[in-house]
Design a protein around this ligand. Structure first.
Ligand SMILES: *Cc1c(COP(=O)(O)O)cnc(C)c1O
Length: 398
């Protein structure tokens, strides 16, 4: 062992901690926000519709509704899909909790279907096994940015009259069989949190091609209130008049956030290109290392990757995930784990979900480490991460 591990007193590969994800803000982004701050509207202004139109242009969806964050977008999508008490909603355990919580918000029960052990996305066959006469919807997550098996899942949904909600929090810019994510499922949600590919600070969106869903989304975003006479129970009583038609929320996005998002969306191609370059460098380095299993890509998905995962091969390593995670952290690499299976959380355990439910997801979780992937990484940063991973895994090699 030539180089000492930082964990045991050596010099870390990075002299300062780097995160696993990070936003990129340029002068145009800043100027877009300043312009709104100097305008007449901080919220409920013209920026929202402008950026919604931009999202429609990028994805090919008919309608886009900007929402305050990705979690609220999932809630709004479930509301639009009329999910309610007594319903079941099938989703993956390998996701951020919001993909399952959105069913709970509507009084429905999340049902977890296991993942494909190679792509890590929800398995269409496992979805079908979980369908009952209470199932109303599937929330399919494009995990790490790779599109789920949309053809198969749509077919299953059509056959069983289920609504397909695609959680695209990771996948803006990704195409499935040449069609952008956002225009394929009944409802698609995005998140614009700063670790995601494009950011609004906080932000989300729901996209759909269905006018009835669109109307429900608009109502739900703003208290269920409308000023549109066509949507009222009767006639408007005058210029001041509005009606609350349903029980909605205040899930509006501000014009400040929308301005930042609009500018970031103009950079999506640039972001996507760089993410692809970094993924290529990682894949080349890691594909030849037997200690690591590289995530499988399905040919239908032209992926803009949000996360890069190392899956450790226990047959080749004498240390577990925790030791390797700690060693990489000591090299100043801000690692993470995506994700702890949702039903492991105490809240879900209290609801009665048991460990053992999704064996592929549970086995994956034990071996996963997320390493840095973001637009601002230099080639040198990428090479340093690769060097650190090699150093740590060589040390723990069996
Ligand atoms: C980030 C994320 C969300 C939630 O988005 P927020 O904007 O943070 O509320 C939902 N689902 C997945 C898969 C995510 O990664």
């Amino acid at each position: 062992m030539e180089e000492t591990l930082a964990l045991f007193g050596g010099i870390p590969v990075f002299d300062q901690k780097i995160g696993y994800g990070r936003q990129s803000i340029n002068d145009a982004d800043i100027q877009a926000v300043i312009d709104v701050l100097q305008s007449d509207f901080l919220t409920c202004g013209p920026k929202l519709e402008e950026v919604e139109r931009k999202l429609c242009r990028i994805t090919g969806a008919k309608y886009a509704v900007l929402i305050s964050n990705g979690t609220a977008a999932l809630h709004a999508a479930c509301y639009a899909a009329s999910i309610q008490s007594g319903d079941e909603v099938i989703t993956t355990p390998i996701t951020f909790a919001a993909s399952a919580n959105c069913a709970l918000y509507c009084g429905a029960k999340p049902v977890f279907a296991d993942i494909d052990p190679e792509t890590y996305n929800i398995s269409p066959e496992k979805i079908e096994e979980k369908i009952t006469d209470r199932t109303r919807a599937v929330v399919a997550v494009d995990f790490t940015g790779q599109a789920v098996e949309l053809d198969q899942i749509r077919e299953i949904c059509q056959k069983h009259h289920l609504i397909l909600i695609e959680d695209g929090a990771h996948s803006i810019g990704t195409k499935y069989n040449g069609t952008p994510v956002g225009s394929i499922a009944d409802l698609t949600t995005f998140s614009f949190h700063p670790v995601k590919t494009v950011t609004a600070g906080e932000g989300g969106a729901v996209l759909t091609n269905d006018e009835a869903f669109y109307k429900k989304l608009l109502l739900f975003r703003s208290h269920g209130i409308t000023r549109n006479e066509n949507w009222m129970s009767g006639k408007s009583e005058g210029g001041w008049y509005y009606e609350q038609m349903e029980l909605g929320m205040n899930y509006r996005m501000t014009d400040i956030q929308a301005a930042l998002l609009g500018s970031q969306l103009d950079r999506l191609e640039t972001f996507a290109k760089r993410r692809r370059e970094i993924v290529r460098m990682y894949d080349e380095a890691f594909q030849e290392m037997p200690e690591i299993i590289v995530q499988k890509e399905i040919p239908q998905s032209d992926t803009v990757r949000h996360l890069y995962l190392l899956r450790l091969n226990p047959e080749r390593l004498k240390a577990g995930r925790k030791e390797i995670f700690d060693a990489l952290t000591a090299e100043n690499i801000g690692c993470n784990v995506h994700y702890i299976p949702v039903y492991y959380f105490p809240y879900y355990q209290k609801l009665g979900y048991q460990k053992g439910l999704c064996p592929n997801a549970e086995a994956l979780y034990e071996r996963l480490i997320t390493i840095p992937l973001y637009f601002g990484m230099s080639d040198e940063d990428v090479q340093n991460v690769i060097q650190a991973v090699k150093k740590v895994l060589n040390y723990y090699r069996k």
